[in-house]
Each structure stands twice: as C-alpha cells, then as structure tokens.
Write a protein that binds this ligand. Structure first.
Ligand code: NAD
Ligand code: AKB
Length: 321
C-alpha cells in the first residue's frame, strides 16, 4: 500500500490533519515532512524536507513509496506581506516543485487555496466562479496556485484537488502568521489574561471555520469520486462568518469577565478589508456533499474546553469558570 506524505506537517493544519490521516489509514502509512524538527508528540514517521528542493522531494517520494501528497507549506497573509519575495519563492516555487513530483511520480495531490484568493472587486458573498484579483502577495500566490493546479489537471491529467479554506480556528497548534490569527489568539488570551487586544476593527466580518470541519472537508474531498465534478480545485467551503465583536460577545457568554480592546494594524486590516465576508459553497455542497457541523456557539464551547484540558493551570483560573 502506498503512503501519504504531508508537507508542512507541523503547521496549524498539519497538526490536526496528520493525526486524522493516521486514524484513517494507520500511523505507519502517514509521513510527516517539514523544514523544522517535530516535538516528541508526533507519532508518525518524520522527514526533514524543504519542498523547494526537487531532488530531496523526489528521493523521499521514491523511498517512502508515496501515493498521495497533502502540500501545506506556505507563507500566510501577514508574513507574506512582510516578506513578499520569500512568499513567492515558497508559495509558487514550492508548489511547482510539488506539482512536478506528483506528475512524475503519479501521486494524487491536495493543495489548499484560501479566501485570500479573492480581492476587493469580488462580491462580499463570494461566488465559486467570480472575479478574484487579490491585492495581497499571499492572495496573488493563492490565485496563481489555483490556476497552476487547474493547468496540471487539464494538461497532465493530474488528480489535484483543493479547497479555499476560510480563516481556521484550532487548539492544537498556533496559527502561522495570517490575518485571521486573532480568532485563535483571542481564546488563549481570554483564558490566560481575561483580556485581548485585537489587531482588526470590531466590525471586520470574515469567513471562518473550526478545524474539525476543515479536516473533515479535506478528507471528504480526497475520498470523493470526481467523475461528476464541474470543479476540481479551489472549492469554496463556507461555515461561519463573524466579526471580532461578535466573537468577543460569544466568548463573554462563557467567560463573563472577558474584555476586548481594539488596536487595528494597518497592514492586516487592509488585507482583511480586501477579502469577502462569506463564500457561496453551493458547488462543494452539490458536487461532493460538503456540510459544516460547527456554529459559533459550538466552536466556542469546544475551543474553551480543549484549551483548558491542554493547559491544566487554566482550570482553576477565575476566567475559566
Ligand atoms: P502554517 O504556517 O501553520 O504551516 C506551514 C508549515 O510549513 C510550517 O510548519 C512550516 O515550518 C512549513 N514549511 C515552511 N517552509 C517549508 C518548506 N520550504 N518546506 C517544507 N515545509 C515548510 O500554515 P497552515 O495554517 O497549516 O496552512 C497550510 C496551508 O493552508 C497553506 O497553504 C495556507 O495558505 C492554507 N490555508 C490556511 C488557512 C488557515 O487559516 N490556517 C486558511 C486558508 C488557507
Ligand atoms: C490568513 O489569514 O492568512 C489565513 C487565510 C485565511 O488564508 N488564515
């Protein structure tokens, strides 16, 4: 049986995707790869890999008999705006290297896009197929990546699939330098300090999703039969749409003493203002049956419970009652 390789496995998504794949296929079948070393908790085989190094990637794919690749290595929106050339090198050269290896090695491939692939001309409720024209470097690489994946599917018959993830909220690993990171930081700050200073304006409405929904969407997409699909890459997947103020209100219902202050960061605010507020995911629903499970109330309750169990010291904290 061929193995599954997760590139960028130690990041926010990989930290939840790797255990989910290990539960689905068996731990020995999943290879985690990253440019940095893992902590002791990782319980699948690990490979140190720079995804822009074609020879090392090829050697790994052959040695481990890889049949499926999840390519998660990228610079996210805020980091990409700080280091635009590094973002282009990793997000585009890395993707091209992985696409070529998947083509030569006959691998199936998952490549995530993002709501960042949209721009200020996109309708606020973004259709599946619409004007994109993003203005951030991250968005430029995401829309280019979508097109490159479409090209490899159309011209080389590569089985490459993808989702436009919204901002993802999770408890297992910190977010990796994005504009939606506030929606993760706020939970840690609420439990540890009872207070959070938000880098976006209170009314900044963005599409969001809880990580268990994102992992399930990913696995369902990769298991689905694409014969009847009209789309293949970059499916919109909608779950939640909320503002920092609405998230703070939801957290306050669990932690009544929690307070929030706003100090908008001009760079991240401009990125957020260029993104849609929600997406039309009817293509994902009709083509492979996508259905989210978590609303904001359920997400808040689960996040707070998980973070308390991960950090026993928070259990006795007065904000955690
Ligand atoms: P992350 O920043 O948390 O993780 C990326 C991982 O890639 C890190 O562990 C990093 O060490 C690794 N990496 C960096 N350079 C590498 C290289 N050259 N070779 C191998 N590994 C390298 O990112 P994430 O949040 O897990 O996102 C994964 C993917 O999903 C990205 O393509 C991102 O654009 C996309 N996405 C994420 C979100 C989100 O909210 N997390 C939303 C939309 C799209
Ligand atoms: C980011 O904020 O950069 C990511 C994303 C929505 O792609 N979370």
């Amino acid at each position: 049986m061929s193995t599954t390789l997760v590139i960028g496995a130690l990041g926010q998504i990989g930290s939840d995707l790797v255990p989910a794949l290990a539960r689905q296929d068996g731990a020995a079948q999943v290879i985690a790869a990253d440019v940095r070393l893992p902590g002791p908790a990782l319980n699948v085989p690990f490979e140190l890999l720079d995804c822009t190094d074609a020879d090392s990637l090829h050697a790994l794919v052959v040695r481990r008999e890889v049949g499926t690749i999840y390519h998660l290595a990228a610079l996210l929106s805020a980091s990409a705006e700080e280091r635009p050339h590094a973002a282009w090198r990793l997000n585009m050269n890395g993707l091209l290297t992985v696409l070529e290896e998947a083509r030569l090695g006959g691998c199936r491939l998952f490549v995530p896009s993002s709501v960042a692939a949209f721009g200020p001309l996109t309708p606020v409720h973004a259709p599946q197929d619409t004007v994109q024209r993003p203005v951030s470097m991250y968005g430029v690489t995401k829309v280019s990546g979508e097109l490159l994946c479409d090209y490899y599917a159309a011209h080389f018959g590569l089985d490459v699939r993808g989702l436009r993830y919204p901002g993802l909220i999770s408890s297992s690993a910190p977010p990796g330098g994005g504009t939606t990171d506030y929606a993760v930081e706020i939970f840690h700050a609420a439990l540890e300090h009872g207070h959070y200073t938000c880098f976006l304006r209170p009314d900044t409405r963005l599409p969001m999703m809880y990580m268990p929904d994102a992992i399930r969407a990913t696995l369902e997409l990769m298991r689905a039969d694409p014969k009847q699909w009209r789309h293949r890459n970059a499916f919109n997947v909608q779950a939640l749409s909320f503002t920092p103020q609405e998230l703070a209100d939801a957290i306050q219902r669990h932690l009544p003493g929690f307070t929030m202050r706003y100090e908008p960061d001009p760079v991240r605010q401009a990125i957020a203002d260029s993104w849609p507020q929600s997406t039309d995911d009817s293509a994902a629903r009709s083509e492979w049956g996508w259905q989210p499970a978590y609303d904001l109330e359920r997400l808040c309750a689960d996040m707070l419970e998980r973070l308390r169990s991960l950090t026993p010291a928070l259990q006795g904290h007065h904000y955690a009652k």
